[in-house]
Design a protein. Structure first.
Length: 302
């Protein structure tokens, strides 16, 4: 924890794009690999979400934390392995390091490192918003997306960096924009194919299009195939997910099973319901609250 206290005091060095530097800290001899930050290919996941080619290299370096750098005309994302590991440990989630890397990538992709203006409030907030957007697309909750910033940011603004409240709001804005897109896809897919009321399907094995990866995101599923976590009040420790195919998936020790499909109703109050042989009379409000036939809340979208 002493290390965390030290880095939290060095906020001015965190999330700063280094612009056209004359000298760069000694780089590791190898570029980023999946072993650097566990089994997840974090950079690959971020790039998949953004849909752009990574025109930069990611390397470990003997720097305090992490930075977006241009050196000899080439773009780099540099990071200190010990720093990222310490942040993850402090906030108890590896989404912290993902958010830091996403923030630095945001500096490059938004063109901030092409300017010699140095760190400034608009650029930092834009990179924060980018980080929130990316993490929601990858499957992180809002709390997970904001975890690193809650720990590292100063409450008051500095000449180069906004205060904590502004930065958390920017992350929330990006996260919310991505969430709106994901939820809109539910409505779009429902318009394309609306199951008939009263019909049902037996549980079946997850199709091959759903990849199950032991440590993919926090869910145990490929985060790109997850729209929402589904939490049931009477089984909070069980893992349920709504997939991009609008299927309700239950993950157990025996594997993954589709136990229902999200379908549309004609009700304004309860526009969706789960068509399932296992969950009778389960309706969903516009805000993602799950209710039974008696109108009692039994769960929610996480």
């Amino acid at each position: 924890m002493n290390y965390i206290k030290k880095v939290s005091l060095a906020l001015s060095l965190v999330f700063i794009p280094i612009l056209a530097v004359e000298a760069v800290p000694t780089l590791a001899t190898t570029t980023y690999s999946v072993s650097d930050l566990g089994s997840r290919d974090i950079i690959g996941e971020i790039i998949d979400v953004v849909g752009l080619k990574p025109r930069f290299e990611v390397r470990t370096a003997n720097i305090e934390n992490a930075a977006a750098v241009i050196y000899n005309g080439k773009r780099y994302i540099l990071y200190n392995e010990r720093f990222l590991a310490a942040i993850n440990s402090a906030v108890h989630t590896d989404w912290a390091s993902v958010s830091i890397l996403a923030h630095e990538i945001g500096h490059h992709l938004n063109g901030h490192t092409l300017s010699r203006a140095g760190s400034n409030h608009p650029d930092e907030l834009e990179a924060d918003e980018f980080s929130g957007f990316v993490l929601r697309k990858m499957g992180a909750s809002l709390d997970e997306a904001q975890a690193a910033m809650k720990l590292l940011s100063d409450e008051r603004s500095s000449p180069t960096h906004p205060g904590r409240a502004y930065r958390l709001a920017a992350i929330s804005r990006g996260w919310g924009n991505a969430d709106t897109q994901l939820m809109a896809s539910i409505h779009g897919q429902q318009r394309e194919s609306q199951p008939m009321a009263g019909s049902s399907q037996a549980a079946q094995r997850v199709p091959a299009t759903v990849k199950l990866e032991p440590r993919a995101a926090s869910s145990g599923m490929d985060s790109r195939l997850v729209l929402r976590k589904v939490i049931f009040n009477n089984a909070p420790s069980e893992q349920f997910f709504l997939t991009t195919r609008l299927q309700l998936v239950h993950l157990t020790e025996d594997g993954a099973r589709v136990i229902g499909t999200l379908a549309r109703t004609n009700s304004r109050d309860y526009p969706f319901y789960f068509e399932s042989d296992y969950l009778q009379g389960l309706f969903v409000t516009d805000s993602g609250i799950l209710v039974n036939k008696r109108g009692q809340q039994v769960g929610y979208f996480g």
